[in-house]
Design a protein around this ligand. Structure first.
Ligand SMILES: Cc1cc2nc3c(=O)[nH]c(=O)nc-3n(C[C@H](O)[C@H](O)[C@H](O)COP(=O)(O)OP(=O)(O)OC[C@H]3O[C@@H](n4cnc5c(N)ncnc54)[C@H](O)[C@@H]3O)c2cc1C
Ligand code: SF4
Length: 478
């Protein structure tokens, strides 16, 4: 147990960040990593409660009090080992996880949870300062293909390789990482950390093949001929559209197209002018109040937008928990992201009804037309007479995703979908097709990195168990 009286002696303290006015001049991360002594003091606040709710709060079941205790005692190498026992990529979750563990920390009853995410990031940093040794296990002679290299695919691949299987990861994009690479902006997570993990994974027996669109470049059936099992970690990449008048005007774009282009630019690629979606000098309106929308805000500000407005269809959440949303549940309260802090107007209960061009360029968006909305019967309804217009040279649609692409590999293999359009699986990740498994957003729907890693670990365990059983059957019948 960390210091039994630590939480009484030490206040919760978040790391410093570069001022908004400074950090928007660069694409780099802006958290100033704390001194180790500060981290130890923060870790000392963990009470090692009899029932540690943070275990349940964390989808990975990270054993938080154990690593807090080790950090407090200055035993970082042991903390590295404990943390990696449940989490393949703490350097990622330590940056982008919304930390449901902190929401369920007992100290959060008083709104001062242990800074678990920062402690996790520091442990991961200390692992990176070292060798990031590969874990190499005896080979099983089995071959597994993983399709998609987002956090689910990467976690599945690493676990499968550590179970001794030869793993090939196929990725459609030109670089590995899924939304970690093309989606999440560099100011939230610099991409070098993905490359560092890839080096470790290669040494553990994982092969990466990029630019391979499975279903097009190679068929699913071909993969099933070459491999003992196929794991689909395709993500849920079909964006929700806004079919209103003017949707086809120039300057109305999906958020993901905008964000991925900027990731590519930061990586040194040139985006051709004809395709470029840029916010510089424009009045930007982001439609959608979630993570994706927030990332559009920070990216637009860094590109030099004249103004950024973010609209949300749902009402503004309360400032404090409501009685029907008690601890340790995730608090449904008003939040301000680091990007919103950098300077954006926010409006709630706004329903976009049309985009319109200007007199000089009628095919280019110049304004957004909307109406105020109220919740009625669980959905938002327009309030008559409350119409409004917002100047808009660039509208970014960030209203979530409807699920995985139903065509391509999913259609080719005839996979059963669930009621929400995601790939249906059993608890071990097995789909309706023999030897085909699925994990991450493709089977869960658009979610969080931490869930994708957890799903990747779970499906890997499912595949290894299935391969072992199949091997047993072969021996019995052979
Ligand atoms: C803009 C944005 C910001 C986000 N920010 C956060 C955040 O801050 N914190 C957080 O926890 N979560 C965040 N999320 C959610 C998180 O990124 C996802 O839940 C997570 O990446 C899902 O992982 P995945 O591996 O299932 O899928 P993905 O990361 O989507 O990866 C799927 C991969 O499969 C590849 N693929 C698909 N089809 C094929 C095919 N046929 N052949 C070959 N390859 C294929 C795709 O190219 C892609 O690389 C964000 C999401 C978005 C869109
Ligand atoms: S992965 Fe996320 S939920 Fe789990 S301990 Fe880390 S910050 Fe908390």
């Amino acid at each position: 147990m960390a210091d039994p009286r630590g939480f009484l002696k030490t206040k919760r303290k978040k790391p410093e960040e570069h001022a908004a006015s400074e950090r928007v001049k660069t694409w780099g991360e802006f958290v100033i990593e704390p001194q180790e002594s500060d981290l130890r003091a923060q870790a000392s606040r963990c009470m090692d409660c009899g029932i540690p709710f943070c275990h349940q709060g964390c989808p990975l079941g990270n054993v938080v009090p154990e690593f807090n205790d080790l950090v407090w005692r200055g035993r970082l190498p042991d903390a590295v080992r404990v943390l990696h026992a449940t989490n393949n990529f703490p350097e990622v979750t330590g940056r982008v996880c919304p930390a449901p563990c902190e929401a369920s920390c007992v100290l959060n009853i008083d709104n001062v949870p242990v800074t678990i995410k920062d402690i996790e990031r520091t442990i991961a940093r200390s692992a990176f300062d070292g060798a990031l040794d590969p874990i190499v296990t005896p080979r099983s002679g089995r071959r597994v293909a993983v399709v998609g290299s987002g956090p689910a695919g990467l976690a599945a691949a690493q676990q499968l390789a550590r179970d001794g299987h030869d793993v090939v990861v196929y990725e459609r994009d030109d670089r590995v990482g899924g939304l970690l690479r093309y989606g999440i902006p560099d100011f939230k997570m610099e991409k070098g950390i993905i490359d560092r993990r890839m080096d470790q994974m290669r040494a553990e027996g994982v092969t990466f093949e990029v630019g391979v669109d499975v279903g097009v470049t190679v068929t699913g059936r071909e993969l099933l001929e070459r491999f003992d099992a196929v794991v689909l970690c395709l993500g849920a990449r079909v964006p929700r559209d806004l079919p209103v008048p003017g949707r086809d005007l120039e300057g109305v774009a999906f958020a993901m197209d905008f964000l991925a282009q900027q990731n590519a630019r930061v990586a040194g690629d040139v985006v051709p002018d004809a395709r470029a979606i840029l916010a510089g000098g424009k009045h930007v309106v982001v439609i959608g109040g979630g993570d994706t929308g927030s990332d559009c805000v920070g990216t637009s500000i860094r590109q030099g937008a004249a103004s950024v407005t973010q609209l949300e269809l749902m009402p503004k959440p309360p400032l404090v928990r409501m009685p029907d949303n008690p601890w340790p549940a995730w608090p449904l309260v008003f939040r301000t992201s680091s990007s919103q802090e950098e300077g954006c107007a926010r409006d709630f209960s706004v329903m976009t009804t049309a985009f319109a061009g200007g007199p000089s360029a009628p095919r280019r968006v110049a304004k957004l037309v909307a109406v105020r909305a109220e919740l009625s019967g669980g959905s938002a309804k327009p309030i008559p007479g409350s119409e409004l217009e917002i100047p808009c040279d660039l509208a970014l649609l960030a209203m979530g995703f409807t699920g995985p692409e139903p065509k391509g590999i999913v259609a080719e293999l005839g996979l059963r979908l669930d009621a929400r359009g995601n790939v249906a699986t059993d608890i071990a990740g097995a789909t309706s097709a023999p030897r085909v498994f699925a994990a991450g957003d493709a089977s869960r729907g658009q979610s969080l990195v931490v869930w994708a890693i957890a799903d990747g670990r779970r499906v890997a365990a499912g595949v290894s168990r299935w391969l072992a059983r199949a091997e047993g059957r072969l021996r019995a019948t052979g």
